[in-house]
Write a protein that binds this ligand. Structure first.
Ligand SMILES: Nc1ncnc2c1ncn2[C@@H]1O[C@H](COP(=O)(O)OP(=O)(O)OP(=O)(O)O)[C@@H](O)[C@H]1O
Ligand SMILES: O=P(O)(O)O[C@H]1[C@H](O)[C@@H](O)[C@H](OP(=O)(O)O)[C@@H](OP(=O)(O)O)[C@H]1O
Length: 373
């Protein structure tokens, strides 16, 4: 049995997938990529928020999730991605109704301070507006309140020591300035848990170092074969790409991914390059990865501490000889395998839909946690 491991980013934002710009014809035996609006986000949201989702607040130093691309589970891709508990939210989307977590934490104003005083656990958060909207959902906040947990927004323009006190600082910001800010604060307040510490996030912000962690896992003795897609990093000079690809012996088509994954929409803009002549049109710094056929289904695995949650998502269809002969150029990929593309309840061939075996997920979680803390 073989396993293919493909890392996805820890920090990744959301873009609305441009429609109809992916030219691959769907082979007859593979389900076409469904239009996201037709798929239920609510179902997935509740699946993730209900037990076994466990905000036990014995927080792991690294909270992460893995995405597996799978053709059966014998050919899997594994990724690391960010926090998510519901359907996707675009960076560009209007802010709309964002519930102020402080309001949910207490019955009377000033909500934040009162809530913090009454709480058993105070979580200060520094998240983008998009992330607040996608992560701090009313359902999560209500659940948190029941458990005596309050969420207090951090004002990034004021010293952290003037705010709080916090038990946990939850953040998903990666600027150098913010990192220094956090590190200075943590020196004075080592009792506060920072989720996650900047140095732990660092190697997950880069698709090269992220892949290395996964590629180095020794799971082959556990399952017969574990591998990652072959990839190449291009830092600059797009004109050098065809030679670099030839020297590395990579086989087209190639998936091009921005090297850095920093929570911006841009870092999720993937393309598929069919032919060598088009490669100089790509925009470094990026990683070029061999496209791995995986039957159009991907498994995303979310791990917090010992809790594991797997969801099944639609993914890119396999590339066949017809595609290879009939496509040239670079194609921007839509945002595939996002929350809106749930295949959990789709009527799929059981050989494709079969979830990765639990022991493998547990082993992967353990191994990666050991390496990422
Ligand atoms: N090497 C590959 N071969 C085949 N398909 C791939 C490959 N790499 C990525 N994909 C497909 O593209 C999707 C997006 O890839 P990736 O996760 O690397 O990007 P992302 O924007 O960081 O995604 P996420 O939203 O999961 O954070 C995957 O879910 C998978 O469907
Ligand atoms: O919905 P899933 O399939 O779990 O994909 C997640 C991505 O993997 C994360 O990278 C996104 O976080 P960022 O937008 O911070 O990059 C995350 O964004 P969100 O937390 O704002 O929804 C999701 O898009």
């Amino acid at each position: 049995r073989s396993v293919l491991v493909l890392p996805l980013p820890l920090v990744s934002p959301l873009i609305k997938a441009p429609e109809n710009n992916f030219p691959l014809p769907n082979p007859p035996d593979i389900a076409p990529l469904p239009h996201p609006s037709k798929l239920s986000r609510a179902r997935e949201a509740s699946a993730l928020l209900d037990p076994p989702f466990a905000w036990t607040f014995d927080p792991p130093r690294i909270s992460h999730h893995f995405g597996f691309i799978g053709h059966l589970w014998r050919q899997l891709g594994i990724g690391l991605a960010g926090m998510r508990l519901h359907g996707d939210v675009s960076d560009d989307e209007e802010e709309g109704a964002v519930m102020d977590p402080a309001l949910l934490s207490s019955s009377s104003p000033p909500a934040g301070a009162a809530a913090a005083a009454a709480s058993r656990l105070v979580v200060g958060y520094a998240l983008t507006k998009k992330k607040v909207k996608s992560f701090l959902q009313p359902k999560l906040l209500l659940l948190a309140r029941k458990k005596g947990i309050s969420f207090i927004p951090i004002d990034e323009t004021r010293p952290l020591s003037e705010q709080g006190p916090f038990d946990i600082i939850l953040h998903k910001k990666t600027s150098k300035e913010w990192q220094r800010f956090l590190e200075d604060y943590h020196e004075v307040h080592p009792e506060v848990t920072v989720l996650d510490p900047p140095n732990a996030i660092e190697h997950l912000n880069n698709r090269q170092s992220m892949l290395e962690e996964v590629a180095d896992l020794n799971l082959s003795s556990f399952y017969e074969e574990v591998c990652t897609p072959r990839q190449l990093v291009i830092m600059k000079d797009p004109s050098s790409i065809p030679t670099a690809v030839a020297m590395a012996g990579l086989t087209l088509p190639l998936v091009a991914k921005p090297l850095v994954v920093d929570g911006t929409s841009k870092s999720h803009e993937l393309s598929l390059a069919y032919d060598e002549a088009s490669l100089p049109m790509l925009d470094p710094p990026l990683v070029l990865q061999e496209f791995v056929n995986h039957g159009g289904i991907l498994f995303k695995v979310y791990i917090i501490g010992e809790a594991i949650q797997v969801v099944r998502r639609f993914s890119l269809p396999d590339v066949n000889t017809y595609d290879l002969l009939n496509n040239v150029g670079i194609y921007r990929l839509p945002r595939v395998s996002c929350a809106a593309a749930s295949a959990d309840h789709a009527d799929l061939d059981p050989r494709i839909a079969e979830l990765p075996p639990r022991p493998l997920l547990e082993k992967l979680g353990r191994e990666l946690r050991g390496r990422l803390v």
